[in-house]
Write a protein that binds this ligand. Sequence first.
Ligand SMILES: Nc1nc2c(ncn2[C@@H]2O[C@H](COP(=O)(O)OP(=O)(O)OP(=O)(O)O)[C@@H](O)[C@H]2O)c(=O)[nH]1
Ligand SMILES: [Mg+2]
Length: 258
Amino acid sequence: MLMDAQPDPQAAPATASEPAATPARSLTLSVLVPVYNEEATVYELLRRVTAVPLPLQKEVVVVDDGSRDRTREEVERFRREHPQANIRLVPHGQNRGKGAAVRTALEQATGDLVIVQDGDLEYDPKDYPQLLQPLLDGRADAVFGSRFLGGPHRVLYFWHSVGNKVLTLLSNVFTNYNLTDMEVCYKAMRRSVALSLDLTSERFGIEPEITAKLARGGWRLYEVPVSYAGRSYEEGKKIGWRDGVAALFHIVRFRFGR
Ligand SMILES: Nc1nc2c(ncn2[C@@H]2O[C@H](COP(=O)(O)OP(=O)(O)OP(=O)(O)O)[C@@H](O)[C@H]2O)c(=O)[nH]1
Ligand SMILES: [Mg+2]
């Protein structure tokens, strides 16, 4: 059985008493897709998400975070052309940030398990089976992907990888997790665990917030290597050094407060 979340900030890390695995076919995975100005990629992203074979039911919740391009039309075109796919589109009236979009998607989700899926093509839904396995086995309460554990990845900006490693190191100092990739988009967990975290971040603080609150709740976290096809700034990369500085602040903030 998949256990429901019993958030307990004082909880000691879970012990070896593991819940028995639930037959996967009776479960539903909610894929949470925050999108902001991703008209070039969102249709193909939805195709890849829909195409990946899984022993679970799938629902996809796309939150359009106030895009000013044709993102929404592209999602609607995909839905029209794939009526059998279970895809919902929830608009934000104005741009609020990735964290807000993930939180809206989580509110709308109905699945047993959830996974965050960025709307660009940097991550590959073919990694879902490996990411979900520790959850389905009942070994993990949450599973993160990692771009730094030997999966195939595009060789790209050195200083970005240093930045990622510094942020992960600092997060680990505060959480006592031995993670290798705190900023990864692929974060999967039972929906009840995600809801118990009571997430509040509007922007990219959502990554350190999820990590810090999983640690505070004593949840069992697994990491799985994933492939990563990073994009260059010419190809639409948006994240910059300011986001890295903001992340430093959030790592410390969520260690202690909400
Ligand atoms: N940048 C940005 N992304 C948003 C926002 N709201 C939702 N998102 C989505 O959040 C996901 C992650 O954003 P990205 O800009 O890809 O962040 P990243 O992968 O860390 O950085 P990139 O290198 O720019 O791809 C994407 O699917 C975005 O479309 C927002 O306000 N700003
Ligand atoms: Mg991206």
